[in-house]
Design a protein around this ligand. Structure first.
Ligand SMILES: Nc1ncnc2c1ncn2[C@@H]1O[C@H](COP(=O)(O)OP(=O)(O)OP(=O)(O)O)[C@@H](O)[C@H]1O
Ligand SMILES: [Mg+2]
Length: 512
């Protein structure tokens, strides 16, 4: 059991007050004269579009960065955090937007990093490995997980890693817990478990700031919602007295909602991509399907159903044990990602930090990196040749980046996700694999990304679309394959299927 102490009574404990706080990064004002008090013992949702300053606010409270001006008062005292350690001393624990686990270490070691339990033997202090893994196993099972705490974090999916981050944060018994998009990689079962833990912390009087782009979650877990737009405080509302449309209105001013263009007839004569009997034991079995020009094929399934593993194997990032892949009539079985890219296939991975972007390079370089071939003239590249490619993606995807020559790491999470997509669209691919393309992007940006997928499909691009959010798969795809425990268990027509039906197929693996 995660040990949760009895409720606290001190009125200032857990109270967080921002007084006219400004944070500048060079010319960028990430937070502007922000004044607001987060009352203790409540779950405060923080909403705002990509790049509005949410993570910045969390980083200030976590001691990861310091304010340019203004005061932050926590537990009744003015604070000048100069390091994450300072914030930690004040009882503040943070789950940051980007994962921060050490991939080479085991799950248990990651949870107890920097505080490994010790025992004495023959006068020596030794790490108590058995105790560590026992304690980790207890914490994991408390989250409803049957994960082996001895396995390395590198063997886990992004969703599982996220869960480990949350378990780690909970294990500190915080008095203030900051959660920056903890659920963007989680399926509904894990989200429910997280909410159950948050409920218990709330009973104990813990103050929580919770960032998400999923509107429905706010109404499940939050007490209040604070909205921030372009670094400015816009307002705070009680969840009991508000509605999704009021919050969206506060986030965007007024927002035009795009709707899906009518589905087009797809000529299903000659497939563009043909997958036959593809297997990778332990991950997926005997997968066969065709993908046609202009088609958007959705793959639905719960976390761990094998969606990502399947796409990685088709794309050559992992090796399948048996089966074949043909593209445009050519055999591509076992081709490397590089050969796939050259042939005209693109892949936006679910984990942008590790495989999507080079964080230290400028946004501009990242946008051109996959398409050096087409951009280069006689083998030479220059910014002049690259410029139209850079400008087009920044404009089409509405990437908020100030100066594209700054490192891509200076972009907000959602804007980095758009750069991953822009980078691949610059290769003018004929097939795209989109793995969680809308992860961490705000509602408006999500519509822009979907619009681009639909628009490109009308021009002939064939896509595979994977999302943990089944509503999105239903809306975006022309046809859906359902995966369960590594097998395709159903193929459905999204116009003839509702959310409950799709959800139960994903859960149970068989039509009811
Ligand atoms: N280290 C940095 N250097 C330069 N600019 C930065 C840096 N960190 C953040 N910014 C800028 O500050 C602004 C706010 O970013 P922040 O990460 O707080 O947004 P966010 O609301 O969390 O967005 P998202 O929903 O996309 O995660 C953005 O314009 C971003 O580019
Ligand atoms: Mg953020």
């Amino acid at each position: 059991m995660i040990h949760i102490e009895p409720p606290r009574t001190d009125a200032t404990n857990g109270r967080i007050e921002f007084q006219s706080v400004t944070k500048r990064y060079g010319p960028t004002i990430a937070l502007s004269e922000f004044t607001h008090c987060f009352e203790p013992g409540r779950v405060h949702a923080l909403m705002g579009k990509n790049g509005s300053g949410k993570s910045t606010l969390v980083k200030l409270l976590a001691g990861a960065t310091d304010p340019t001006s203004g005061t932050i008062n926590v537990n009744g005292k003015d604070r000048h955090f100069t390091s994450p350690h300072d914030a930690f001393e004040a009882g503040i624990v943070t789950v940051h937007q980007e994962l921060s686990l050490v991939p080479e270490l085991s799950v248990g070691e990651n949870i107890f990093l920097g505080r490994l339990p010790h025992k004495r033997r023959a006068g020596f202090r030794m790490v108590n490995w058995k105790g560590l893994h026992q304690r980790a196993a207890e914490l994991l099972s408390d989250m409803g997980l049957s994960m082996d705490s001895r396995q390395p974090v590198s063997a886990l999916s992004v969703g599982q890693q996220q869960v480990v981050e949350i378990v780690k944060a909970m294990s500190f018994n915080p008095s203030i817990l900051l959660l920056d998009e903890p659920t963007s990689a989680l399926a509904s079962k894990e989200v429910k478990l997280l909410f159950a833990l948050m409920e218990r912390l709330r009973e104990r009087g813990v103050t929580m700031i919770y960032i998400t782009h999923r509107m429905s979650e706010l109404f499940d877990i939050a007490d209040t919602c604070t909205v921030i737009r372009d670094g400015h405080y816009i307002g705070a509302v009680e969840m009991k007295a508000t509605s999704p449309s009021e919050i969206v209105g506060m986030m965007f001013g007024s927002a035009a909602r795009t709707t899906r263009p009518p589905r087009q007839e797809i000529a299903r004569s000659a497939p563009l991509l043909e997958v036959r009997g593809l297997s990778r034991p332990g991950h997926f079995n005997d997968i066969s399907f065709n993908l046609y020009r202009g088609e958007i094929l959705g793959i639905a399934g719960l976390l761990g159903s094998g969606r990502t593993e399947l796409m990685r194997a088709i794309y050559g990032a992992d090796r399948a044990d048996s089966g074949t892949v043909h593209f445009d009539g050519r055999e591509m079985t076992g081709a490397s990602p590089r050969e796939m890219r050259k042939a005209g296939l693109g892949y936006t991975p679910e984990n942008r930090k590790e495989v999507g972007l080079v964080q230290a390079l400028p946004t501009a370089d990242n946008l051109c990196m996959a398409s050096l071939g087409p951009i280069a003239r006689k083998g030479f590249v220059s910014r002049r040749l690259e410029r139209p490619y850079i400008d087009r993606q920044i404009a089409d995807l509405h990437i908020k980046c100030g100066d594209p020559e700054l490192p891509v790491s200076s972009l907000s999470g959602g804007n980095q996700q758009k750069v991953v997509i822009g980078k691949w669209l610059n290769t003018s691919p004929s097939v795209m694999f989109f793995d969680e393309p809308s992860r961490g992007v705000d509602v408006q940006a999500k519509r822009q990304i979907f619009d681009i997928i639909w628009h490109k499909a009308a021009e002939g691009l064939a896509s595979i679309f994977v999302s943990t959010e089944l509503e999105e798969v239903l809306e975006v795809a022309d046809r859906i394959l359902v995966m369960h425990h590594g097998s395709v268990v159903a193929e459905v027509d999204p116009t003839q299927t509702d959310l409950t039906q799709l959800y139960s197929l994903c859960m149970e693996g068989a039509p009811k």
